[in-house]
Design a protein around this ligand. Structure first.
Ligand code: PBG
Length: 342
């Protein structure tokens, strides 16, 4: 017996019929990946005219602010709505109290100001977390070998305010401390940044897929141990819903599930349960895997990229952070010219 919601029966119903022609496949497509869905994470470094390849992320560069402005111009021309700025901080500036995170003139703030001055219509996001500034490599302050929660949250609040003052449109707490979203919201409001949005890395797992990112920002060398006391256990999904629920209650405007591909089930449940603007992070390790295989000629990199990003959409993502955003945008525009901003 056919299922009552799906009454079709062969040979009257042939599901291959609508798949016969490209026009027909386009007509019945349930999800469409668009340039509007992309957030491009970028790595910024001190200096001028610098463009350093990140070894474990083929095609990804650390850029000095002047070069970043050019790159963001290209992204804007492709119609990419937003970027996420990550700093490679001079190791000499990393301390146990992470004070450089609060410097109004730190690399992140300078990059945000430079990008917003050159491209005011580009959405700019910055991570709220201490790892790039921490000599211990952790996202929070370490005392007696423990990452301490409430003291870290107090520093994160100040970091978020400094980033908002530099012109950040979205602050994105990626640290997984308890209670930080509400505290950051109150701190932003007190500082007059009521319109700055919070994208919470709400369900962020302790993952091996962040390896290349830690190379790119230079935090791998500093980090001893792992992040399992604050990032989530990959075995858990119900707990992700509790994390997301609490962040929404605390004032998150948008929520994220991270990493992407191994957590599509979590993404779908979060979207279905909360109907919030929901983002997926196609992490550095996922990017590296794809590029490595494509580089060997073991799969078609372009096709695989679009398939992965479409998979995020199908699983419920409203938007995707991906290092391949410019490449994906070009592929989308090639396929369907006229949909970009350029
Ligand atoms: C830092 C941060 C990480 C990522 C985004 N923000 C790494 C981590 O938590 O160790 C990962 C990004 C990626 O792998 O692409 N809090």
């Amino acid at each position: 017996m056919p299922h009552k919601a799906f009454p079709g029966r062969y040979p009257d119903t042939r599901l291959r019929r609508p798949r016969q022609a490209a026009w027909s496949r386009r007509l019945v497509a349930e999800h469409v990946l668009s340039v509007d869905d992309l957030i491009w994470p970028v790595f910024v470094i001190d200096g001028n005219g610098r463009k350093e390849p990140v070894k474990s992320m083929p095609g990804v560069m650390r850029l000095s602010c002047d070069r970043l402005i050019e790159a963001v111009g290209d992204a804007a021309a492709l119609g990419i709505p937003a970027i996420a700025i990550f700093p490679f901080v001079d190791p000499a500036l990393k301390t146990p109290d992470c004070r450089e995170a609060l410097n109004r003139d730190n690399l992140v703030c300078r990059a945000v100001r430079a990008v917003k001055a050159a491209h005011p219509d580009m959405g700019v996001l910055a991570d709220v977390a201490l790892d790039p500034f921490n000599s211990a490599g952790h996202d929070g302050i370490v005392r007696d070998g423990r990452v301490v929660n409430d003291e870290t949250v107090a520093v994160l609040c100040r970091q978020a305010v400094v980033q908002a003052e530099a012109g950040c449109d979205i602050v994105a707490p990626s640290d997984m401390m308890d209670g930080r979203v509400g505290a950051i919201r109150r701190a932003l409001d007190r500082a007059g940044s009521v319109d700055v949005q919070i994208l919470s890395y709400a369900a962020k797992y302790a993952s091996a897929f962040y390896g290349p990112f830690r190379d790119a920002v230079g935090s791998a060398a500093a980090l001893k141990g792992d992040k399992k006391t604050y990032q989530m256990d990959p075995a858990n999904a119900d707990e992700a819903l509790r994390e997301v629920a609490m962040d929404i209650a605390e004032g998150a405007d948008m929520v994220m599930v991270k990493p992407g591909l191994p957590y599509l089930d979590v993404l779908r449940r979060v979207k279905d349960t909360f109907a919030m603007p929901t983002f997926a992070y196609h992490t550095s390790g996922e990017y590296a895997m794809l590029k490595a295989a494509a580089g060997q000629g073991w799969l078609d990199g372009e096709q695989a990229l679009l398939e992965v990003l479409t998979g995020f959409k199908r699983a419920g993502a409203d938007g995707i952070l991906t290092y391949a955003a410019p490449e994906a945008a070009r592929l989308i525009l090639d396929k369907c010219p006229g949909t970009g901003a350029g």
